[in-house]
Write a protein that binds this ligand. Structure first.
Ligand SMILES: Cc1cc2nc3c(=O)[nH]c(=O)nc-3n(C[C@H](O)[C@H](O)[C@H](O)COP(=O)(O)O)c2cc1C
Length: 324
């Protein structure tokens, strides 16, 4: 494909791809800005949609923006340019999280990697139970590799380690529900009104695990989890752990790149996913999420993967409204 002209239609397509990324509570905490003189699209933090109680250091906001940057880079390649991605390009402007310059001439495609562009529109979080069917080994290897390419580690815990991670998530979920500020903030992002652009519609929340076996996030914070695993939510939860060597804003953005790369590969192979981020939101629990066998690193995200029902779509801001 030869490069298109960067007209308003193409720009809106690029931004639509970016905003299709996952974000914490679907806050979509980003704004886009075109620098026409350098053919550069900037991603800036929308701090008015930051989660002050659940994400006080804006780590999750950076992860969300990193996922949007992955989509933007993919869309730029898909439209025939060579994307030049820079994370935190201006040290004096920490709210400028990333920029993607549209470079190159015809045949500029910089990558031989499979084109995941179409998966951007198919991917949704699925909070339903998944079947016991294991993910194939070659797919796991591909996911690990994808995270590495983006500057993160993806670990695949064994069943004992999975149980330990779920127990910590359960502990975090219990704490979050008991914390009035966090509880109210989370509830405020469940949106049932038509025409809303942000937040999570009730139909995307999935069933609650009344048995407490798999600590799915209770966004409404109405059901204190019960510790008695009567009927399991799913038989064999399959988790992956995203971690980075350091814990600076650039590492959080890289986590977002890795997360989205992993999620789009999973989508390509009809594998569903949801995220279990609760324990990462409590510093002491986040510390013990770390498996010492993996060396000194910082856990950024737990991803639950498997075969099951597709998730429901969530709303998005319109591209023209996301451009500032
Ligand atoms: C940093 C981050 C943390 C998230 N934490 C959770 C979580 O703990 N539980 C959950 O079910 N979804 C979690 N999500 C998924 C978002 O709720 C979801 O991406 C958003 O509602 C948009 O829906 P979609 O992924 O279907 O497009 C998280 C997403 C991000 C980027």
């Amino acid at each position: 494909m030869t490069p298109a002209t960067l007209d308003a239609t193409v720009l809106e397509e690029l931004v639509s791809a970016a905003v299709a990324a996952p974000s914490m509570h679907n806050t979509q905490p980003w704004r886009f800005h075109l620098r026409p003189e350098t053919h550069t699209v900037e991603i800036r933090a929308a701090l008015d949609r930051a989660l002050r109680a659940e994400d006080p250091d804006v780590r999750g906001l950076h992860v969300s923006a990193g996922a949007a940057a992955f989509n933007l880079r993919l869309a730029v390649t898909h439209h025939g340019w060579e994307p030049v991605l820079r994370l935190l390009p201006d040290p004096h402007e920490p709210q400028l999280l990333a920029s993607v310059r549209l470079a190159g001439g015809p045949h500029a495609r910089a990558t031989t990697a499979p084109d995941l562009y179409d998966q951007i529109w198919r991917r949704h979080t699925s909070r339903s139970p998944f079947s016991a069917r294991p993910l194939p080994g070659p797919l796991w290897a591909e996911l690990v590799d994808a995270a590495r390419v983006e500057g993160a580690h993806l670990h695949v815990p064994d069943p004992d380690e999975t149980r330990r991670l779920l127990d910590l998530t359960y502990e975090a979920e219990t704490r979050t529900i008991a914390d009035e500020e966090r509880r109210e903030e989370s509830r405020g992002w469940i949106r049932s009104e038509a025409g809303t652009e942000f937040g999570i519609p009730p139909e995307a929340l999935g069933p609650q695990d009344a048995a407490g076996h798999l600590p799915m996030r209770d966004f409404s914070a109405l059901h204190p989890p019960t510790p008695q695993p009567a009927k399991p939510f799913e038989q064999h939860p399959q988790l992956a752990v995203l971690a980075t060597d350091h814990d600076h804003p650039a590492d959080w953005l890289r986590t977002g790149l890795a997360l989205q790369h992993v999620l789009l590969l999973a989508t390509r192979d009809q594998v569903q996913a949801s995220l279990l981020h609760q324990a990462v939101e409590w510093p002491d629990l986040r510390w013990v999420l770390r498996d010492p066998r993996n060396g000194p690193e910082h856990v950024q995200m737990l991803i639950r993967l498997g075969y099951g029902p597709e998730g429901a779509p969530t709303p998005r801001m319109v591209a023209s409204g996301a451009l500032a």
